[in-house]
Design a protein around this ligand. Structure first.
Ligand code: FAD
Ligand code: SIN
Length: 533
């Protein structure tokens, strides 16, 4: 039997940070669905927002976060996380992350960049590959820790829960070992969901293929509350290119002065927002969407040629190199860009310490809805939220004895046949369903929504979700079916939440309800077991 004190599902910043802390309390298993570094974290470019300069203040960072969150961020959570920022940066430095420093200063000083919605320079970064360096450092520390066992290529399929005093309790997870298609049950007194986001539910996304919303879907199936799913963040500037499609061009590029231009070479952002190119992301993505719809063009341009060749190569080496390999020299040419799905502000509802409403089930990072981001996330606040909440959750972590549950559960599950080789048949049906789902989310539930499109999406997503459930019931689960079932659950949640909110706020913009309605809708939507709470 695979039994640990702590089970961590996901090896991004949230999962690894938590695992490294709880390993001092007991044994830890980190389960991850592909290779250990396959995560959104690994792709983060811009950096981590934290108050690190004497001209900045917690009050300013809190105010910027609350303004961007459009009335739905929880001020107490925002304050707690923002005030933890400097300690999070120190922790990462102590774990071996070498952040970029200001050149030519006598005292060692972190280089701080600026991104949309920030009133100050406060984004700590490693050139334009911050996430890769964080992931590398955390994985190195994990490997040095004898109390942590890593399981790669294990996709968590469903949480194992029991009825306990005071309600449901999570005691483990059933996984599929994708190398041999065998199911395995892992048991633990505490389970952390750190499975990241669900950008892959959209045809065009900055997210890597692992981001299929597995954590949200598993928790929702198990009976946890899910909130704010209508608030999907579209990053305004991803590369428009037949091969390198959706490669992120960091917001930090605009922070350093890059400009958005129509294909005719005209600036347009000042028509939409006083902060022009440095407006929060929702405003920039909607402005680009409006320009594309008005002109019929397929992309706008991002122009950083005036920043200087040397500066670009040092500050944005990954963007420079990747674009060059695709035939665009960003020091001399404008970059064709379009918005793409990037981040989900909603997720599994948690308290300030990461507890979900299922006992012993915690959630941290992008999978969670802590109250930090509200209706829109301030740039570079998600790595901060992930590491800060992993610290909070680890602070309340304790070893829980579940031996009294395990015997009974293990017997029942043996009877149900878990552990048998699962069937993989008719994969082609799954591929068709997946492509239909991603296309319809992109076409009907995108940057700008309408009741008509959302209603169409709801009908079609419901049919697809039913088909996929039938497929799973009759043919069993495979890696692909597990992901698709979760994508369909997340798609359904996103559409249901978007249809329910009859106003426009933050990342949710509906042409049929274009105004923000503080009287009726300045509140979060939460769904649990098919009901609105
Ligand atoms: P992830 O890093 O996504 O990790 C999730 C882990 O869970 C992965 O290991 C995955 O394989 C695993 N997993 C998922 N499902 C399962 C399953 N069923 N079973 C087992 N394992 C599973 N944010 C910022 O603050 N600053 C930035 O500069 C920034 N840049 C970004 C750039 C890009 C291109 C992208 C895509 C995102 C960016 N973000 C940025 C957002 C940020 O990277 C993520 O929100 C953050 O990394 C999420 O961390 P996480 O630990 O919650 O999840
Ligand atoms: C970026 O570098 O533009 C991404 C930052 C983020 O998603 O917070």
């Amino acid at each position: 039997m695979l039994k640990f004190d702590f089970l961590v599902i996901g090896s991004g910043i949230a999962g690894l940070s938590y695992a490294l802390k709880t390993a001092s309390l007991g044994s830890v298993a980190v389960i991850t669905k592909k290779r250990k570094s396959d995560s959104n974290t690994n792709y983060a470019q811009g950096g981590i927002a934290a108050v690190m300069s004497p001209t900045d203040s917690f009050e300013k960072h809190i105010a910027d976060t609350l303004t961007t969150g459009c009335g739905l961020s929880h001020p107490d959570i925002v304050e707690r996380i923002v005030k933890n920022g400097p300690a999070c940066i120190e922790e990462l430095i102590s774990q071996g992350v070498q952040f970029s420093h200001e050149p030519q200063t006598k005292v060692e000083q972190l280089e701080l960049s600026r991104e949309g919605g920030h009133s100050e320079r406060r984004v700590v970064h490693v050139a334009d590959f911050t996430g890769r360096e964080i992931e590398k450092a955390l994985l190195e520390r994990m490997h040095e820790n004898a109390n942590i066992t890593l399981y790669e290529n294990h996709i968590a399929v469903d949480l194992i829960t029991v009825e306990a005093t005071g309600g449901k309790q999570c005691i483990g997870v059933t996984c599929l070992d994708s190398r041999n298609h065998h199911a395995r049950d892992f048991y633990a007194g505490s389970v952390l969901l750190a499975t990241g986001g669900e950008g892959v539910v959209y045809k065009h996304t900055t997210n890597p293929p692992i981001a299929t919303g597995d954590g949200v879907a598993m928790a929702y199936r198990a009976g946890a509350s899910v909130s704010n799913m209508e608030f999907i963040q579209f990053h305004p500037t991803t590369l428009y290119h037949p091969v390198g499609n959706s490669f992120l061009i960091s917001e930090a590029v605009r922070g350093e002065g890059a400009l958005l231009l129509t294909r005719r070479g005209e600036r347009f952002m000042h028509k939409y927002h006083a902060m022009a190119e440095l407006a929060p992301r929702d405003a920039v993505a909607r402005a680009i969407d409006a320009e594309l719809k008005a002109s019929g063009d397929l992309y706008v341009y991002l122009d950083m040629t005036h920043l200087g060749s040397e500066f670009i190569k040092v500050r944005f080496p990954q963007i420079y190199q990747t674009c060059l390999e695709l035939g665009i020299d960003v020091t001399k040419e404008r970059i064709p860009v379009v918005p793409a799905a990037h981040y989900c502000c909603g997720g599994v509802r948690t308290d300030p310490d990461g507890r979900t409403d299922i006992k012993s089930l915690f959630a941290c990072g992008e999978v969670a809805m802590t109250g930090m981001h509200g209706a829109n996330r301030l740039a570079s606040n998600s790595l901060l939220e992930a590491i800060a909440t992993a610290r909070f959750a680890a602070n309340v972590a304790e070893v829980v004895d579940i031996s009294r549950f395990i015997d009974g559960v293990a017997r029942t599950r043996r009877v149900n046949g878990v552990g048998e080789r699962l069937k993989r048949k008719e994969q082609v049906l799954l591929e068709h369903d997946r492509s239909e789902l991603l296309n319809l989310m992109w076409d009907y539930v995108g940057v700008v929504r309408s009741d008509y499109r959302l209603n169409r999406a709801q009908e079609r997503v419901s049919i697809l979700a039913r088909d996929i459930d039938d497929y799973v019931r009759t043919r069993g689960l495979s890696y692909e079916a597990t992901e698709l079932r979760n994508l369909a659950t997340c798609a359904k949640l996103i559409v249901d939440f978007a249809l329910e909110r009859k106003e426009s706020r933050g990342l949710h913009y509906n042409n049929d309800h274009p105004e923000t309605d503080d009287i009726n809708w300045k509140r979060e939507l939460t769904r649990k077991e098919g009901r609105w709470l």
